[in-house]
Structure formats: C-alpha cells, structure tokens
Design a protein around this ligand. Structure first.
Ligand SMILES: Cc1ncc(COP(=O)(O)O)c(C=O)c1O
Length: 467
C-alpha cells in the first residue's frame, strides 16, 4: 500500500557565499533571540585565536563557552581524533574501547580517586543528571533530596534546569517535583546574610546547607550538588565554603558532588578546583565536560570515588545513552589530558591567572565602574560592574545588560577581541595557551573600553560615583 503523502527531500545546494543568511534562517540558536542572531561564520582557529570566512580574526577571551581550554585546533588533539577515526569510530558500551579505558584511568589518576570509576556522558548537563542518579542509587534513596543553590547553573536539560538556580529557566520546571531544594549562594559581594566579610558569608552559606539537610532529614537527602569555585553565574565562593561543605556533608552522610564542568582542567589553577583545599575538599563524585576534550568533541563524565563505585558494583545500572563513552571523544580526551600535563598548562593557568588578577585589581583602583573583582585562582575572573562603588548599586538590574555594556562588547568585537558577559558581569576565561602579551593587550583594551563606557555614562541620569 502506498503512503498517503509523498515526501521528497530536495537537497538544496548550500550557498557558501551567503552562509550567514542561510544559518540565520534555518538554525535555532541557543540562549538568544532568534531574530537578533547575527554572527560571523567561523572557519578556523589556532591557539587563542579564531577567524571568520571574511578574514576577520578574534582573540578568544572566554574560551568560547569557557570550554576551549587548549585553544582552537590543538594539533595533538586533532591528530588523536584523526587516528582514532581511521581505526574505529564507534562501539557501544556493551563492548570495550581502548581510549575509554585509558581516559578513565587518567581521570582517576588526576583526581587521586584510586579504586573509583568513571561514567562517560555527552556533556555537562547529563553528567550532573547521572551524578545525582548514582548518588541516589548508591544511598538507596531513588528519590532522595538533592540540595543545590540559587544562582547556580548545572545545565539546560529538564533535570539540569531543576538543579540550577538560574532565573532564566525557573518558570519552566518544578524543582520540588525533581526533589531539588535550593539554598542561598555564597555571594560575598552581595551577601544574602549581609555578612561583614567574605569568610563570614562563606560560613553562613555553608550553615544554610547544614540547616537544610537537617530540616529535610539527613536520611532523606542523597546529595549536595555545587560548583566548588566558579560558575557562569559569576559567583566565586569564599575560600572557607567548600571545605565547610565537605565536612558538614560527611558528618551527615550525604554525598558531595562537585560540578567541575566549568572549573575543571586548570580553569581554576588545579586539575579540579576542589584540589586547592587538599584532602579537606575531596568530593564523593565530580562531574566534568568542557575542558575534558578542550571542546574538540562533546564529552562529559562522572567520576566516582571508590566507596560510591563500590556501592554500585553489584547493582543494575539503570541508565545509559547510546553515545556514552564514544571512542572518538575519549581519544580526544586522552590527548587533551596528556597535553595539559606535558605542556604544564595547569601551572601556567595558575601563574597567568594570578597576573591577570593583579592587573584587574589595579584596573579596579582606577575604574569606579568595577565594583568587584573575583577569581585569582587560574585563568578565570569575573568583573562585576556597578553604577556606584560605594553603595554597590548594580549597573543594571540582574539579569539585564546595560546598553552601554553591550556597546563595550561590540567595540571589543570590532577591535578583534571576543569577550563574554552576563548581566553586569564580564567573565574572563581565556584558553590556557594564551600568550602573555596577547592577554595583557586584551586587558589594556578592556580598560580603555571601560573608560569610554564610564565617560558615556556621565551623560546618563545614574552617574558613576567616585571610589
Ligand atoms: C558549572 C556548569 N555545569 C554544567 C554545565 C552544563 O554543561 P553542558 O552545556 O555541557 O550541558 C555548565 C555549562 O556551562 C556549567 O558551567
């Protein structure tokens, strides 16, 4: 019997000369208004630079989505992908794959999780979902509570949105239905408890987690899921926060999951941000993505410490995605990890990150627009812009972006520097391979643009006060 409808797929000839118009018209782009999307078509990159089909080039000051830690087109990773593709592109989890085992072993070594195990995912959101599944299963609480915090970001899948305290997606998901309970963040610059200093804010924020576990009942809580240091929402936790979380969760026998999707692989000056705290910071599980392959191919992972892995040994694992542990991505991951190691990129990030932080603090002394400078551990920094440094009045209400800041971004773009911003926050996270001169030139440009911005704002009703 013939079908009622005849479908025909006329493959249109792709118009390479007019590819921007084509993409604008046919692709649904994430996190933007479709009609406003107007980006150049990128055709290549090398190190900290990438370029468009019309010859324009940009210095990448955000590693795109804080993911190109190794820069663009890292030769070793590209070669590893090529070699693996020639040998074996894909085999499911039901069969072994050499790069999968090698990458798992490398990750366990870097984490110091002897006897642990690794579950590979496709990216960060599903790594967090799986970490929560494993924590619940290992604790024997299939619907156990998970505590996360306001103004966090753990991914844009439905459970990812439920974990995240992100104002953009709050209305789209019922966190309670996912058994997620959120607490206020350790946001020292605008401390929810009006604390006198960052350490006090860190302490109070950690106490809020302890109180929430106690209120829900510790036997009902499976895990606390949090970013150990930095997140794309621009909050950098005070130094005492993570060790306090570790100790209070251990006391209450609740698993601590470190979301290292953004902070891992040298971004915060260590392989993983929790390592800055030594044994006092070690989580039970951690989630990874982004820098895991330096964004050369999609890959995420959940890394479990031995006690959690042991709890799952003889249980059926009721989960899996077709492409979990894809050999091509794992081969890219192996090459990425060996590159971090052999090129000394973790230490480089620590060293350059300190330099960048000092330069930003100096800039802050000259620029009343810069209310707060956060970071200092690795090549990651957040500048929070204010309209008055004394009252800390925000430049615009969160999460909107002041038009003057949009102009600043556009001017940087025209000057060949790609900057990332959210609301009042400028997020600096260049590839770990960025050259020192390129970094300081970009910071000098940023300061010039901030001066211009301040001058423009003088003419607006809300004036920038003196520091
Ligand atoms: C801390 C953190 N967790 C999770 C995610 C989600 O990762 P993905 O976009 O790969 O799903 C992100 C992405 O920005 C992130 O920054």
């Amino acid at each position: 019997m013939s079908s009622q409808y005849e479908f025909s797929c006329d493959m249109r000839t792709f118009d390479a000369q007019n590819s921007m118009t084509e993409e604008r018209d046919c692709v649904l782009h994430s996190w933007c208004i479709q009609d406003a999307w107007q980006a150049p078509t990128i055709v290549g990159g090398r190190g900290a630079y990438f370029w468009a089909d019309d010859g324009r080039q940009w210095l990448d000051m955000s590693s795109l989505a804080e993911c190109n830690h190794l820069g663009h087109q890292h030769p070793r990773v590209v070669e590893a992908i090529r070699e693996q593709a020639e040998q074996l592109c894909f085999v499911t989890n039901a069969w072994g794959a050499a790069p999968r085992a090698e990458l798992a072993n490398l990750l366990l070594d870097c984490a110091g999780f002897e006897g642990g195990r690794v579950f590979f995912t496709l990216g960060g959101a599903d790594a967090n979902e799986h970490a929560v599944k494993f924590a619940r299963q290992a604790r024997g609480l299939p619907q156990g509570w998970v505590i996360t915090r306001d103004r966090s970001y753990h991914g844009a899948s439905y459970a990812g949105m439920a974990f995240s305290g992100d104002c953009r997606t709050q209305a789209h998901v019922d966190a309670q239905a996912f058994r997620v309970s959120r607490v206020p963040p350790p946001y020292a610059y605008r401390c929810p408890w009006q604390s006198a200093d960052p350490m006090q804010c860190g302490e109070r924020a950690a106490n809020a987690v302890a109180e929430r576990i106690d209120a829900l009942g510790q036997s009902e809580v499976a895990a606390v899921l949090m970013e150990p240091n930095a997140g794309t929402n621009g909050i950098v936790a005070p130094d005492n926060y993570w060790p306090a979380l570790r100790s209070l969760t251990r006391e209450r026998q609740v698993y601590l999951i470190a979301d290292e999707v953004m902070s891992g692989f040298g971004r915060c000056g260590e392989w993983f941000a929790w390592q800055r705290h030594g044994p006092d910071g070690v989580p039970d599980l951690m989630t990874l993505a982004k820098g895991l392959t330096g964004a050369h191919l999609p890959l995420g992972a959940v890394v479990l410490r031995q006690p959690v892995a042991d709890a799952l040994r003889s249980q059926m694992l009721l989960t899996g995605l077709t492409y979990c542990g894809h050999p091509l991505s794992c081969a890219a991951g192996v090459a990425a990890l060996r590159s971090y190691q052999e090129e000394g990129l973790i230490a480089r990030s620590r060293h350059l990150g300190q330099q960048m932080h000092q330069q930003l603090l100096t800039m802050q002394r000259r620029q009343p627009l810069i209310g707060d400078v956060r970071g200092g551990h690795g090549l990651f920094a957040v500048l929070e812009l204010v309209s008055d440094p004394t009252t800390r009045a925000p430049l615009s209400d969160w999460p909107t972006m002041h038009p003057a800041l949009q102009r600043l971004l556009q001017r940087a773009f025209e000057a060949g520097v790609s900057l990332a911003a959210r609301g009042n926050l400028l997020i600096l996270a260049p590839p770990l391979v960025i050259e020192e001169t390129a970094l300081s030139d970009a910071l000098a440009l940023l300061e010039k643009l901030l001066m211009l911005l301040a001058a423009e704002l003088q003419d607006e009703p809300q004036r920038i006060g003196a520091r």
